[in-house]
Design a protein around this ligand. Structure first.
Ligand code: BG6
Length: 500
């Protein structure tokens, strides 16, 4: 698919996401000559700025983010693409003014238009309605696409209501629901690793895999997002979206092709096959906790309740874990453990696949005391790696063993990493929706977590805590179905836990 010239209209262009992700990603695309000739960007903001003030702000955003990669020549070309348009998204006149600007012959904006809504989710529907009323979604002279950030809804009901409302204005083909995890190179590599290598496929099932863990831990806290975070919590913020998406890629059947619908069909099948968690089983399948004060990277940090804009009695979770079963032929009986937390010991995203133990009789009369199972470890970030742990003989006269790790690193030292948003923003220009979410994916993901959220919403008297800077609450161990299972936090071989 080729990227076509377009006009990017960015709502919320002076906001945080724009500053740290969108503008730097567009700059990098421009630097890599990936923005088609004629691509322009209308930055919409509420502030009464003129073009010069906006460009100064833009330079600031880019310089801060790209640092040594800043190139005056590229920035000049990049800056020329911009038009700062003052507009309050709650005022109807702002949309008429935008339509006039877009249609003005002097400006000659491309009529392929991508609207990026980097705004509060509460405003999605109203902004779409007003864009629609002003005929900005009509595709007579070019395509019209709308990109929306998560969260799509607050729970199943609100997601369905939002979908019902926005489908009055847009077709499904025009909607690009972002889950930025799908733009990460290593997340895409999960598919390549699974479907381009024949070696593992025969083992990728309940006969050989003991369990799967997906972890996303962060050192940072809520970073000034208190108001949003306190109403969302870790389950909505990370698990319902990013972690369930990673689970679908690990568990899906090979799609017919890499084309968007085939890929998304297979992901939806996984979500549909996840065994529903009845309300009475919520505690056996999920765990939530909140960080208390502690120290991260040698620095003392506050507990969640001491953060700005957090009510003193909040029971919002900053750590969430759950156990899921996928009831299909491939996975029946294999637990998938997912966990995420803020203010944890280390920032890391990883997928760890633990294989079953081999029968040990063979080593009965030897010194082999301990054999770790095989693991496949996929480091998503910051370390991007693929490792397979195997047991090998230790050199020497005795028959004893140790764990060795086969390394298929994703990136060589001289290869630059690409931010997820670069990939996704370019896919919008190409009309490639394979890395965006279809509504049924969002809907089924809500169905999975809704019973947990409903139970937690009622239980407001107590929440477990964990010290900031730790690996989370010890008690979350109760999710494991066997003694031999425990959270895996490292991507290097661990000491033997299992005595043969
Ligand atoms: C966002 C969440 O979607 O993902 C944040 O709202 C979280 O709370 C972030 O920090 C993590 O993304 P990344 O790319 O930094 O791992």
């Amino acid at each position: 698919m080729n990227a076509e010239p377009c006009t990017y209209v960015i709502y919320g262009s002076t906001g945080n996401l724009s500053r740290i992700k969108l503008m730097p990603a567009l700059y990098h695309l421009d630097a890599a000559n990936q923005l088609p000739e004629g691509t322009r960007i209308i930055a919409i903001g509420r502030r009464p700025w003129d073009q010069a003030t906006w460009l100064k702000e833009l330079r600031d955003m880019i310089e801060q983010k790209v640092k040594n990669d800043f190139n005056e020549h590229v920035f000049k070309r990049f800056a020329e693409r911009f038009y700062y348009h003052r507009g309050d998204l709650h005022e109807a006149e702002a949309y008429a003014a935008l339509a006039e600007l877009i249609n003005s012959p002097e400006q000659a904006f491309s009529k392929n238009i991508a609207f990026y809504l980097s705004i509060s989710p509460a405003d999605f529907a109203q902004v779409m309605e007003l864009l629609s009323v002003n005929h900005l979604f009509e595709e007579e002279y070019g395509w019209r696409r709308v990109i929306i950030e998560k969260p799509f809804g607050y729970d199943l009901d609100s997601a369905q209501a939002l979908q019902k409302r926005i489908s009055q204005y847009l077709t499904e083909e025009q909607i690009y629901r972002i889950d930025h995890y799908l733009g990460k190179g290593m997340v895409q590599n999960v598919l390549v690793f699974r479907f381009a290598n024949v070696m593992l496929e025969p083992l990728w099932n309940r006969n050989y895999i003991d369990h799967v863990q997906i972890t996303h831990s962060e050192e940072i806290g809520i970073e000034g997002r208190g108001e949003y975070y306190n109403s969302a919590g870790a389950m909505r913020d990370m698990l319902q979206s990013h972690l369930l998406q990673m689970l679908t890629l690990v568990a899906m059947e090979p799609p017919v092709s890499m084309e968007a619908e085939s890929l998304r069909d297979e992901k939806v099948k996984v979500l549909k096959s996840i065994r529903p968690i009845p309300k009475e089983a919520v505690h056996g399948h999920s765990f939530r906790a909140q960080y208390a004060k502690g120290s991260v990277g040698g620095k003392k940090v506050n507990g969640y309740l001491q953060e700005d804009n957090i009510p003193a009695n909040s029971t919002t979770e900053t750590y969430a874990a759950m156990k899921l079963y996928i009831d299909n032929w491939r996975w029946r009986g294999v637990p998938f453990y997912l966990r995420t937390g803020k203010r944890m010991a280390k920032a890391q995203s990883s997928i760890s696949i633990c294989f079953r133990h081999p029968p040990l009789q063979f080593f009965r009369d030897t010194h082999v005391q301990c054999m770790n199972p095989n693991w496949v470890l996929l480091g998503i970030q910051p370390e991007e790696c693929i490792r397979i742990e195997m047991t090998v003989k230790e050199p020497g006269l005795e028959m004893s063993t140790r764990t060795s790790s086969l390394d298929a690193s994703f990136r060589n030292q001289n290869e630059k990493s690409i931010d997820a948003y670069e990939d996704l923003l370019l896919d919008v220009l190409k009309g490639d929706r394979s890395l965006f979410l279809r509504f049924d994916e969002v809907e089924y993901a809500w169905r999975i977590v809704d019973p947990i959220l409903q139970t937690w919403a009622i239980e407001r008297d107590y929440i477990a805590t964990y010290p900031a800077g730790s690996w989370g609450p010890e008690d979350s161990r109760r999710l494991f179905e066997k003694e031999s299972q425990s959270w895996r936090s490292s991507l290097t071989p661990e000491p033997c836990k299992y005595e043969g």
